[in-house]
Ligand binder design. Structure first.
Ligand SMILES: Cc1cc2nc3c(=O)[nH]c(=O)nc-3n(C[C@H](O)[C@H](O)[C@H](O)COP(=O)(O)OP(=O)(O)OC[C@H]3O[C@@H](n4cnc5c(N)ncnc54)[C@H](O)[C@@H]3O)c2cc1C
Length: 497
């Protein structure tokens, strides 16, 4: 009898609870990755992210093979074909147990329940583990046993619970008995993605667990202590750049936290850099939990229900200017061009461009949310939806609707010498440090080829505040208890002592 480890957005050998649990049975392990075409066509997935996964799988198949774990890959057209395809594989290989790590968005949950049902009917024991978050959904609750809607008390409780955990990453699985099952070749993996648009950003975002670990260690040793002062400056590489690796699971949040705690001797608050970075990882976790407790966010619904009445503009031409970085507001244009060129955008700029789209252009935040997922190499449904709903003031614990960032002031504050703007909007490189933030106000106006602002920041701000104010009593959606037939493995296994 053989154990199956179904890999999804947990593409790593180390600290992988599903793989670890499968290997612990000591009866031989096969890993499987299923590519579903409908997931690419139905949900926006950036070509850069698809290619990142492809490159990563190529490395993972070799790493797993060194442990006598064959990675099999399957391609299906529709989500409904995933469960039957896995059931056939289970039959072919004589699988007795199947393990996978949880994914929380609604469609993924439905898919996992279908797989669970079908495999169980075939006599396979199916177990779900949690690796995407340090504390599984449902664990962080207020005194009344309800989910938190506000981040600060959530964070307090999260820290209280997490500090009781050993937080020791699991080691790589023990070598297994070799099975007569050939692993997927590089060509097999490439074939999974044939017909999809791919974008190779290997020079910027090399794949692999080893790279993720090296980036983590470099950030912890060189930049963590200065994170709090540098993280808002887009011209400085002051953040970890780990989001793509966390998104596909080349790195686990527990590995990230364990690295911090190992550096600080277990102190979560060793300095402001440490506590601020940990706080960002908790924001990530907060959004993952929201998806489970408020699954309506997976159906394009706003968390603040009353904001659904906001009269968002349908303005495809204005949307195109925003997408292409031709708004006439230099920091917005620089940010969008960074996104389009690198598949990644600095966090402060994500907030700025999202607010600009939703508050100054009054374009539906869902358009921006979708465009981000089409471009981001770190595209993650929970973090992206959370970030957009925060910026558009439709989310729980979102930016208040009357506090709208002025992108010019923000640019002066966080890119004072216009270094970032100069890099991404070269047509403005010749302007002085003052004019570069608002070239239309310079005596000579913007240089040829650069547009004047597409919108009046002051007037649009006022109009948006008035529209929000007219929406009436604020009303935040209530949590939904989801039916869940999946059985978890119990406490995540930890490496002994
Ligand atoms: C509109 C908008 C959309 C976003 N879309 C995504 C997305 O699709 N995928 C994604 O991973 N992040 C998203 N974020 C969050 C954040 O911008 C990125 O995680 C961060 O910029 C990644 O850079 P880093 O790895 O250097 O982060 P660091 O500053 O080094 O932070 C470490 C890690 O913490 C997590 N994190 C940091 N900030 C946040 C945050 N505000 N919310 C949730 N998690 C956070 C990320 O996993 C990140 O890698 C979005 C934010 C906004 C405002």
């Amino acid at each position: 009898m053989t154990a199956l480890a179904w890999l999804r957005n947990d593409l790593r050998l180390h600290d992988n609870p599903a793989l670890h649990a499968a290997a612990a049975l000591q009866q031989g392990v096969v890993a499987v990755y299923v590519h579903c075409d409908a997931y690419v066509t139905r949900f926006p997935i950036a070509p850069a992210r698809l290619d990142f996964v492809r490159r990563h799988l190529r490395l993972l198949t070799s790493a797993l093979a060194r442990h006598h774990i064959a990675l099999r890959v399957l391609r299906v057209a529709q989500a409904a074909e995933i469960a039957p395809a896995l059931a056939r594989l289970a039959q072919e290989l004589g699988i007795s147990h199947c393990f996978f790590n949880a994914e929380y968005p609604l469609d993924e949950l439905t898919r996992d329940q279908q797989v669970h049902q079908l495999l169980r009917a075939q006599g396979v024991t199916v177990k779900r583990c949690h690796d995407r978050v340090v504390l599984p959904p449902g664990k962080v609750r207020n005194e009344a046993g309800a989910p938190y809607k506000v981040f600060t008390p959530y964070k307090r409780k999260w820290l209280q619970l997490a500090s009781l955990l050993p937080l020791r990453p699991l080691e790589e699985p023990a070598p297994q008995v070799a099975l007569p099952c050939p692993p997927a070749s590089a060509q097999d993996i490439d074939r999974l993605f044939e017909g999809h648009t791919l974008r190779d950003l290997d020079a910027l975002w090399p794949a692999g667990e080893t790279v993720a670990q090296a980036r983590l260690q470099r950030f912890i040793s060189q930049d963590l202590d200065r994170y709090q002062t540098q993280r808002d400056l887009p011209a400085v590489a002051g953040t970890s750049g780990l989001s793509p690796y966390l998104a596909i699971g080349a790195l686990s949040p527990r590995q990230a936290l364990a690295a911090v705690l190992s550096r600080t001797g277990g102190d979560w608050n060793a300095n402001p850099g440490v506590s601020t970075w940990v706080s960002e990882l908790i924001w990530r976790e907060f959004y993952q939990h929201l998806v489970v407790d408020y699954p309506q966010v997976c159906m394009h619904r706003a968390m603040q229900v009353h904001t659904e009445a906001f009269p968002w503009r349908q303005a495809p031409e204005d949307f195109a200017l925003w997408r292409e970085g031709r708004t006439g507001i230099p920091i917005i244009d620089a940010a969008m061009r960074q996104l389009n060129a690198t598949g990644w955008m600095h966090n402060r700029l994500r907030m700025l461009v999202a607010m600009f789209l939703s508050k100054n252009l009054q374009i539906d935040w869902r358009w921006g949310e979708r465009y981000f997922m089409e471009q981001l190499i770190d595209g993650d449904f929970a973090a992206n939806n959370g970030g957009w709903q925060w910026s558009a003031s439709t989310g729980t614990d979102a930016a208040p609707y009357f506090r709208i960032f002025n992108p010019v002031t923000q640019s002066q504050r966080f890119d004072p010498q216009g270094q970032f703007i100069r890099e991404w909007v070269p047509e403005l490189a010749g302007l002085n440090d003052k004019a570069i933030h608002a070239p239309h106000l310079a005596p000579s106006g913007p240089p040829p080829g650069y547009p004047v602002p597409m919108v009046d920041l002051g007037a649009s701000r006022k109009a948006t505040i008035a529209l929000f104010a007219s929406l009436g009593q604020a009303q935040v959606a209530g949590p939904v208890v989801q039916e869940n037939s999946l059985s978890d493995t119990g406490p995540t296994p930890h490496r002994p002592g």
